[in-house]
Design a binder for this molecule. Structure first.
Ligand SMILES: Nc1nc2c(c(=O)[nH]1)N[C@H]1C(S)=C(S)[C@@H](COP(=O)(O)OP(=O)(O)OC[C@H]3O[C@@H](n4cnc5c(=O)[nH]c(N)nc54)[C@H](O)[C@@H]3O)O[C@H]1N2
Ligand SMILES: Nc1nc2c(c(=O)[nH]1)N[C@H]1C(S)=C(S)[C@@H](COP(=O)(O)OP(=O)(O)OC[C@H]3O[C@@H](n4cnc5c(=O)[nH]c(N)nc54)[C@H](O)[C@@H]3O)O[C@H]1N2
Ligand SMILES: [Mo]
Length: 699
């Protein structure tokens, strides 16, 4: 319908932000006279366009529930908010009383908005154990980069993209994972720009490349070392930069001698000549940029060091912080922290993970959520008995059946969600969450290189039923736990207003009043960097040594390898040949589909129609001898269990590799993945390199 005729019928368009992924795109929603959203318009994105299917989904949770049947059953009864909140507060307080506050954990899944208030609740309550999805996402690449470079590396930036002469895309496929998808520059073939893609699948991005290195999953470190080998061997390293700004680069050069392309070709399953050509392109056609995933390189038992080996290529070749190379990430939007982390953390007991992953916890202000099943089931490295979670799905964890069992073993478990998921069915109390359209928030988004965006998202709809914003619930619990003063007496807008105090007055005003929010530009020094000065020439590299740490002193001091030493994945044909006899395929998982964010939209009819079944991708050479037909059910099994997917027989996947999509309730690939061999530095699980076998289902 045309906007004018809609207006005549009492429909008004309101500006808001999408929440289907982290991009927080601006969207307009048409709200009719009865307060119902009837249309929306925004960027070309299938998930954004389907938002209203969550809003009005017949299965949406609309009331607080108390479980009356056994854990995992469907038997719940509605209760009032007062009763729900009183119960949660009382049970958490009881755990604190009997066992100590640290035995209650506070968790947020992919949803990020209410994290400041949730973390505040955890720390004000007295627990250090605020945990998030970042235990398996993003934080390990951040820690590896901060520890090695002192900065977070910015990649695939749009701003200077036209200056890049060689793009090395390592483990990411924007057409599935980053707006504007197919239009993303990192997925395009461009005149005058060479392109190399490292991926076990021939993705759309790989199809645009000059060279596709179709790697065996989990061997990325070896491949990166082969690049270093070729670069040093041919004198393509930027020695002037290295001599002035790098620590231990000659040790890495010496170590990389052990990784000639001919040897690495056998490790990674790629052609030695292609490795040489790719390394030459990257090293000699600068400015060159590495486009990285936020997390795919580190979801391996060896991921942290693999990631270091990759990012150090930018240092070896002098492509750090130059236009068209890899810039550093600059925080442009800085709301005032209201999470209490800095104020409290020194006085609180150790966070979950501090005992096990001291380096990771040094760089990440939360506990390591991947340890939650251990903490609940074994009491190691410290016991957890109670859990309050917003947006938790056991299928985020490797060996997710074990996580479900852990949730069942909790003394007390409450969560909020939009739907009564299998995970929520384990909770004692389930709370109905308000959607982004129903809740206000200060949405601060770092945006592109030198510019960030911030806007106050006013709610555009009344919450359906009794749904309530997560951040409001955190405040309500704070109040009920006797901390009204510290929780703004339950006033959600006041909590955001305090966060907004961190913004310059004009930015703040614009964020609240202008429907488009405010653009924030980098500060003066950062703009200087934009003018051509390099940030590290002004500020140095804020690492332990003030240099780029090829050989990390911090890692050494904590008992790890200082160099990015390559180790085989914990499960692989080379490291566990015995296991590989029964499980001859390498299993990787979680390549993104543009129709879903993890487990969230599979129940939306329009998106389920576009991508209807949980797929396991395998090569025809592997499928044919096993008589697995395209579209037929296929059972994938590992030592953890067996799950039935729909076979997608495609030569886009590397022979010998099986790729399963993640997030499907009825076919959860994490039933198969390994919890027992995380990366020793980050604690990240090997979602993307394990072993499996496949068979036609039913045999
Ligand atoms: N549509 C959609 N977009 C999303 C998300 C979503 O759920 N849906 N999730 C968001 C989140 S939380 C994240 S963390 C990001 C993830 O973002 P990305 O990790 O960039 O996700 P993908 O684009 O799928 O790219 C990962 C690629 O890694 C490849 N790969 C698998 N194993 C290996 C390996 O061992 N080595 C190498 N070199 N490559 C490998 C896969 O084949 C895949 O093509 O996406 C974000 N964007
Ligand atoms: N095998 C494998 N496993 C993976 C990955 C992989 O690549 N392979 N990727 C990992 C990565 S990078 C990530 S980020 C995680 C993501 O894993 P999760 O955090 O579990 O992802 P989601 O399915 O997006 O969200 C979990 C739940 O949160 C609910 N939810 C969403 N938004 C809100 C909200 O605003 N409020 C409330 N109360 N609930 C909400 C959803 O309905 C859903 O039930 O998965 C990880 N797991
Ligand atoms: Mo993620």
């Amino acid at each position: 319908m045309e906007r004018e005729s809609m207006a005549a019928e009492g429909t008004t368009w309101k500006r808001t932000t999408c929440y289907e992924c982290d991009a927080n795109c601006a969207f307009d929603v048409a709200v009719d006279g009865a307060g119902r959203a009837v249309d929306l318009s925004g960027p070309d994105c299938p998930r954004g366009a389907a938002q209203l299917e969550r809003q009005y989904h017949p299965e949406r949770l609309l009331q607080p529930l108390r479980r009356v049947g056994p854990r995992g059953s469907d038997r719940f009864e509605p209760i009032s908010w007062d009763e729900a909140l009183d119960t949660i507060a009382a049970r958490l307080a009881e755990i604190r009383e009997r066992h100590g506050a640290e035995q209650a954990a506070f968790f947020a899944g992919y949803t990020k908005e209410a994290r400041p208030q949730l973390q505040r609740l955890a720390h004000a309550f007295g627990s250090p154990n605020y945990l998030t999805e970042s235990g398996c996402c993003f934080s390990a690449t951040l820690a590896a980069e901060k520890l090695t470079l002192g900065y977070r590396l910015k990649s695939a930036s749009l701003l200077e993209a036209e200056q890049t002469r060689c793009l090395l895309v390592w483990s990411t496929n924007p057409p599935a994972s980053v707006v504007p998808f197919e239009e993303h520059h990192a997925a395009q073939r461009r005149e005058g720009r060479a392109m190399v893609v490292v991926d076990p699948r021939r993705t759309r991005t790989a199809e645009a490349a000059d060279i596709h290195l179709q790697i065996r999953p989990g061997t990325d470190g070896a491949l990166a070392l082969a690049f270093h080998h070729v670069i040093f061997e041919n004198g393509w390293a930027d020695e002037a930069f290295l001599k002035r700004w790098a620590l231990g680069w000659n040790s890495l050069r010496d170590y990389a001698r052990e990784f000639p392309p001919e040897r690495v070709a056998r490790i990674c399953g790629v052609d030695a000549g292609a490795i040489r050509r790719a390394a030459e392109l990257y090293a000699t056609s600068g400015p060159a940029q590495i486009a990285l995933s936020p997390t795919a390189t580190v979801q391996h038992s060896n991921g942290f060091q693999n990631h270091r080996a990759i990012i150090l290529l930018a240092a070896t070749t002098g492509n750090l912080d130059i236009p068209g190379g890899n810039r550093f990430f600059l925080d442009k939007v800085r709301p005032k922290p209201i999470d209490l982390f800095r104020e409290t953390i020194d006085d609180l007991p150790p966070r979950l993970g501090e005992e096990t992953y001291p380096i990771w916890t040094r760089y990440w202000p939360a506990g390591q959520s991947m340890l939650l099943p251990d903490a609940i089931l074994t009491g190691e490295p410290q016991p957890i008995r109670g859990l309050f979670a917003i947006g938790i799905n056991a299928s985020m964890w490797p060996n997710s059946g074990r996580m479900l069992a852990a949730l069942e073993a909790l003394e007390f478990f409450a969560c909020s969600d939009f739907f009564l998921t299998e995970t929520a069915k384990r909770a004692d109390i389930v709370l109905p969450a308000a959607t982004n359209l129903e809740r206000e928030a200060l949405v601060a988004y770092p945006g592109c290189q030198f510019r960030g965006e911030v806007r106050y998202r006013h709610s555009v709809l009344e919450p359906r039923g009794e749904a309530r914003p997560d951040a409001q619930v955190a405040l309500d619990l704070g109040v009920r736990l006797g901390m009204a003063e510290r929780f703004w007496h339950g006033d959600l807008a006041a909590s955001w207003a305090e966060a907004a105090e961190g913004l310059a007055p004009e930015v703040r005003r614009q964020a609240y009043e202008d429907p488009d929010g405010a653009m924030v530009f980098a500060d003066a020094l950062d703009e200087e960097a934009f003018e051509g000065e390099r940030l590290y020439e002004v500020r140095g590299f804020p690492t332990a040594s003030g240099k780029v740490e090829f050989d990390s002193q911090e890692l050494r001091a904590a008992g790890y390898d200082g160099l990015p030493v390559y180790r085989e994945p914990a499960e692989s044909p080379a490291s566990t040949p015995e296991l590989a006899r029964e499980h001859p395929f390498v299993l990787t998982s979680g390549g993104r589909s543009k129709y879903f964010t993890h487990s969230q939209q599979q129940r939306f009819p329009s998106l389920a129609a576009r991508d209807p079944v949980p797929r396991a991708q395998l090569h025809p050479w592997d499928a044919e001898p096993l008589e697995i037909a395209d579209g037929a059910p296929v059972e994938v099994h590992t030592p953890r269990g067996a799950v039935t997917f729909t076979a997608e027989v495609t030569d886009a996947v590397k022979p010998g590799v099986v790729h399963c999509f993640h997030g499907w309730a009825g076919a959860d690939v994490n039933r198969l993945t390994d919890h027992a061999h995380p990366d020793p530095i980050s604690g990240f699980p090997p979602f993307k390199s394990g072993l499996c076998n496949v068979a036609p289902a039913g045999e």
